[in-house]
Ligand binder design. Structure first.
Ligand code: ATP
Length: 453
């Protein structure tokens, strides 16, 4: 159970997300669609920075991983073979008093009696499996023959395309196939803001290997993934690795870790890293009748590769990034009086806007022209926000609140009015320390690029 202060913190985060345009409820003007979210102008930048960084380190910076982008609509045979049609379900219980549909693990227990968490009702149905997949129909007919599913994970298209990608990429084991994309699950109870959604994105890597490499690669990928989170500003102390027990693990997995983050609503899973053996490829080989074997040129062996899968949620990581960045401190206002400052301390690498540019006065054409020149100079390299309205301190605060790491102010010294030696220099302000330094305009791209790397 989270402490009350954490509930308050979460409420503030949700409200900031809406107020500043990170996340909105989907179809809000029609009352909203439960478990579905839209990302606003800042949210989309943050999400993109996260996905681009994952792609950079997982695909571009490696020799042994290639990417793909599979379809969302999925042939039912794929999901029959993977076991999803039969078994991708959560146990559901109905409360006969308030009619709520509940996941069995969400019931509360008081004095040994299970109760509805909403109304305290004890008149509950027996649990029954509720399949989480969204079904649809392809083409004009709407009978059994036209059923297709919105994919519940991106992984299956990787397994199904394994042979094609192996052939075109000519990779040797071990090698991986990475994908970022939407997945859909009809969660019984979406909750905790975007944490449990019905439509979400995953960043998945299927790393194929020889059977004897599986356990070692499971450890390797766990470490790599922990490093990734630290590199985007989530410290190791806020991450927990849960070793999934034999009873909880999928029957085909020889080892699974859940990487959890300390959210304001408790420790919750960000990513699963699982050694799935040769289960997936073997299932598809059996069901399709097509060989998904790998031929080892050196040993002349033919076998179905094993796989280690780090599977992360984009939306959950975005939420973790916002929760981690959210902070309040004390800073002086225009008149030097201390006030509470709300600041998102994003790692510069993932911050949605990298730099604010401000002319000291909006009604001075020379200051404005210089500031716009700087915007043009920096735009090819990073996202820049130009702001000329309000007192300079207010403008800094607005950028602090959305996590912009750098602020550039064009003042009279920039115009060389006070000291010719300072002509074409500006103040560069750091969001976290609030320190300001004087730098030459021409040096800005290099200085900022280095600090953003
Ligand atoms: P949970 O136990 O929280 O339902 P899971 O173990 O079913 O998650 P996986 O099937 O391992 O999740 O999916 C991999 C990742 O996809 C998760 O670690 C999570 O980041 C993301 N994910 C899964 N379900 C959702 C969801 N409903 N909303 C947002 N992200 C999700």
């Amino acid at each position: 159970m989270s402490a009350p202060s954490d509930t308050q913190r979460m409420e503030k985060i949700v409200s900031l997300c809406k107020r500043r345009g990170f996340v909105f409820q989907s179809s809000e003007i029609y009352g909203g669609l439960n478990g579905v979210w839209d990302y606003g102008p800042l949210g989309v930048e943050l999400k993109r920075n996260l996905k681009n960084y994952w792609w950079q380190v997982t695909v571009h910076e490696r020799d042994d991983v290639v990417g793909m982008d599979g379809s969302i609509l999925t042939h039912p045979a794929v999901l029959r073979a993977s076991g999803h049609v039969e078994g991708f379900s959560d146990p559901m219980i109905d409360c006969r008093t308030c009619k709520a549909h509940l996941r069995a693990d969400q019931l509360v227990e008081k004095k040994g009696v299970k109760q509805c968490p909403n109304c305290g009702g004890k008149d509950l149905t027996a649990p029954r499996p509720f399949n989480l997949m969204f079904e649809t129909h392809v083409g004009a007919a709407t009978d059994e023959s036209s059923i297709a599913y919105l994919r519940p994970e991106t992984a299956q298209s990787i397994f199904v395309q394994f042979k094609n990608i192996l052939e075109v990429s000519r990779k040797k084991l071990p090698f991986g196939i990475a994908q970022i994309g939407k997945a859909f699950r009809n969660e019984i109870n979406p909750r905790n803001f975007t944490f449990r959604s019905r439509e979400f994105e995953q960043m998945e890597l299927e790393y194929f290997c020889r059977p004897e490499q599986g356990m070692e690669l499971l450890e390797y990928w766990k470490k790599e993934r922990l490093k990734f989170y630290e590199n985007i500003g989530i410290p190791r102390s806020k991450l927990h690795v849960l070793t999934v027990s034999d009873e909880e693990r999928a029957f085909y997995s020889k080892g699974t870790y859940d990487i959890e983050y300390d959210f304001p609503f408790g420790w919750q899973e960000l990513e699963g890293v699982a050694y799935r053996t040769d289960y997936d490829l073997s299932q598809h080989q059996k069901a399709s009748g097509k060989s998904l074997e790998y031929f080892d040129e050196e040993t002349k062996q033919r076998f179905v590769p094993h796989v280690v899968e780090p599977s992360a949620g984009v939306d959950r990581t975005v939420l973790a990034l916002i929760c981690e960045a959210y902070s309040e401190d004390q800073a002086p206002d225009e008149k030097g009086k201390m006030e509470t400052r709300l600041v998102l301390r994003f790692h510069p690498r993932i911050a949605p806007v990298k730099c604010g540019v401000f002319p000291l006065l909006r009604n001075n054409p020379q200051l404005v022209a210089k500031a716009k020149e700087i915007v043009d100079l920096l735009r090819p390299h990073m996202t820049v926000f130009y702001d000329e309205s309000g007192a300079i301190g207010r403008r800094y605060r607005r950028q602090d609140e959305i996590g912009t790491p750098f602020g550039i102010t064009v003042d009279f010294e920039t115009l060389g009015e006070k000291d010719p030696a300072l002509r074409d220099t500006v103040t560069l302000r750091d969001r976290d320390s609030m320190k300001q330094e004087r730098v030459a305009i021409q040096d800005l791209p290099a200085i900022l690029r280095e600090r953003l790397a």
